[in-house]
Write a protein that binds this ligand. Sequence first.
Ligand SMILES: Cc1cc2nc3c(=O)[nH]c(=O)nc-3n(C[C@H](O)[C@H](O)[C@H](O)COP(=O)(O)OP(=O)(O)OC[C@H]3O[C@@H](n4cnc5c(N)ncnc54)[C@H](O)[C@@H]3O)c2cc1C
Length: 222
Amino acid sequence: MPEQSGGSGNIEADYLVIGGGGMGMAFTDSILSETDATVAIVDRYHQPGGHWNTAYPFVRLHQPSAFYGVNSRKLGSDHIDATGWNQGLFELATNSEICAYFDQVMQQRFLPSGRVQYFPMCDYVADRRFKSLISGEGFEVTAKTIVDATYMNVTVPSMRPPSYEVEDGIDCVAPNTLPAVAGQYDHYMVIGGGKTAMDACLFLLKCGLCPDQISWVMPRDS
Ligand SMILES: Cc1cc2nc3c(=O)[nH]c(=O)nc-3n(C[C@H](O)[C@H](O)[C@H](O)COP(=O)(O)OP(=O)(O)OC[C@H]3O[C@@H](n4cnc5c(N)ncnc54)[C@H](O)[C@@H]3O)c2cc1C
């Protein structure tokens, strides 16, 4: 059920924001700070934060926490890490810290303002209409402006099957499962040339594997 609804059926708001990830949250935060407008946020997840809700457990921001999030609330405390690979540098928030942060923005700023209605576990359909993924109940928003905060279309490996064929007998897992299988094999092959693959390699090294036990398949241009 919607966390704070204007009653089933018609929802009144100036803006309809589709997506409660970093983009939709930052937009709504600025609207609250700079205007008197009202906002309805619709999102498929059970809490704000977007793709961070499905991220692998060992992911962190790749930038100092203070540079991420909404304008009105700082993420982190400008802590400088004293140990580990980030020693001497500003803290990098974990995904659970980021989800907790966005939840606090929602619970402590957006909803108490009385100007934001939040509809988690809801799917935007079309033409200002959305429906609850739990009850199937339909809603329509009387908003002049629709803000599509799904535009980035972030897709992480746990959201889709591999885009290549996997031989029988080979276990192919998304990085989300890596902590559960990290001690089970002599050799690991990491596929992909981005931050996720780098994080997977570093995670395995941190678990005590030797570099010889890890192969990394990545495009030449990476
Ligand atoms: C592993 C990883 C690490 C990253 N690290 C950093 C970093 O360190 N710094 C940085 O600046 N950026 C980083 N990024 C980029 C990151 O994608 C952006 O910072 C930002 O979080 C993206 O937010 P978003 O709101 O655009 O997308 P999302 O987080 O994907 O949010 C979109 C939301 O839209 C919702 N949605 C989609 N379709 C519908 C629909 N029909 N109905 C209802 N809801 C819908 C989804 O449920 C989702 O909650 C990282 C990305 C990844 C994948």
